[in-house]
Write a protein that binds this ligand. Structure first.
Ligand SMILES: Cc1cc2nc3c(=O)[nH]c(=O)nc-3n(C[C@H](O)[C@H](O)[C@H](O)COP(=O)(O)OP(=O)(O)OC[C@H]3O[C@@H](n4cnc5c(N)ncnc54)[C@H](O)[C@@H]3O)c2cc1C
Length: 302
């Protein structure tokens, strides 16, 4: 039996043990919902805070938004839920049990559970496009926005110092769904600041948004698509639709229609799949690695 990182091993505790993996919207809601229930629970998360995944693009334009889009977990957890800072690295759905790499010590420990809640979210899906996974930045967690901004600032500074070619001042966003549109809007908003900091004129910072489907925001209401496209174009974003990214090389993005765009920063917002942990656990999954579940959300076969 595992006792939790805060000590006080409840060997005498006969309450069922619920282990929740991930403190995103789903995992955090489960943890809070268990308050007062006749169980003890352990919430496993790599960070001591819950971040608002839908707002992770905001710190690109406003680095200080980082504090506004996250809240500490501990004060919001009920007394019967412990926080275990670490990353789940393996799931054994048969036991059920989970192996966790602890944040502080990097050691791996195993925890047995009576109920296991898998809520580890998603990761980028690269569709096997050559060079994309190695060379593109993506929105993953709270560090992503500041990292993207720092990357752009670095490339612009090097271009301004004459150390890089013209392509270094170009940003290509691959994927024009809602995440890509939001990232493009953030970059448009901060373009003037970025340019000024590097001693460039705003028009020197070129931002491309590439979408394989015939329009941005595939599947959304056509009026919204039209509005968002016009808004971005007015803000100076170069929107290219109807052609996919075929390859990303160290200094350019090659499109399926043959166009080549020299770029200093490539950001991938073109798709997500379920966290690989789910597939590796042996649970039945679909093409995007999402667990197949029954009506009550229990994994198929369990
Ligand atoms: C920029 C952006 C904008 C979006 N906008 C919208 C929108 O407007 N509307 C909408 O409906 N959806 C939107 N989405 C999608 C939405 O964010 C997701 O559907 C939602 O976050 C899924 O919630 P979740 O709790 O399943 O996973 P997540 O919110 O991804 O949370 C997963 C949690 O698991 C943790 N974790 C990861 N790996 C491990 C591990 N190995 N062990 C333990 N914990 C782990 C993470 O740190 C995180 O806390 C957006 C996504 C992005 C990126």
């Amino acid at each position: 039996m595992w006792c939790g990182h805060q000590g006080g091993c409840p060997l005498h505790d006969s309450r069922p043990h619920v282990v929740i993996l991930g403190a995103g919207y789903a995992g955090f809601a489960v943890a809070r919902g268990l308050g007062g229930a006749p169980v003890r629970a352990t919430l496993v998360n790599p960070f001591p805070y819950h971040y608002f995944t839908t707002l992770l693009h905001e710190p690109i334009a406003r680095p200080r938004a980082r504090e506004r889009i996250s809240i500490p977990l501990a004060p919001y957890l009920p007394p019967n839920v412990r926080l275990w800072l670490g990353r789940a690295v393996a799931i054994d759905p048969e036991e059920p049990a989970v192996e966790v790499e602890e944040l502080v010590t990097a050691t791996r420990r195993r925890a047995a559970a009576d109920y296991l809640v898998v809520a580890v979210g998603s990761e980028p899906l690269y569709f096997g496009i050559p060079g994309l996974e190695e060379r593109a930045l993506a929105i993953r967690d709270l560090a992503s926005g500041p990292l993207i901004r720092a990357h752009v600032e670095h490339r612009l500074a090097r271009f301004a110092a004459g150390e890089e070619r013209a392509g270094a001042r170009r940003i290509v966003i691959g994927g024009g769904g809602y995440t890509g549109v939001e990232v493009a809007a953030e970059l448009a908003e901060t373009r003037e600041d970025l340019a000024r900091a590097a001693g460039l004129v705003p028009s020197a910072v070129e931002i491309y948004l590439i979408e394989a489907a015939p329009t941005l925001l595939p599947g959304f209401d056509p009026r919204l698509v039209e509005y968002a496209t016009a808004f971005l174009e007015r803000a100076g974003i170069r929107v290219i639709t109807g052609t996919a990214i075929r390859e990303v090389t160290p200094d350019r993005v090659i499109l399926a229609d043959g166009r080549k765009i020299e770029a200093g920063t490539v950001i991938w917002t073109g798709g997500v799949r379920a966290h690989r942990l789910v597939e590796r656990s042996g649970l039945e999954v679909d093409r995007r690695g999402r667990a197949l579940v029954q009506r009550d959300l229990t994994a198929r076969g369990y």
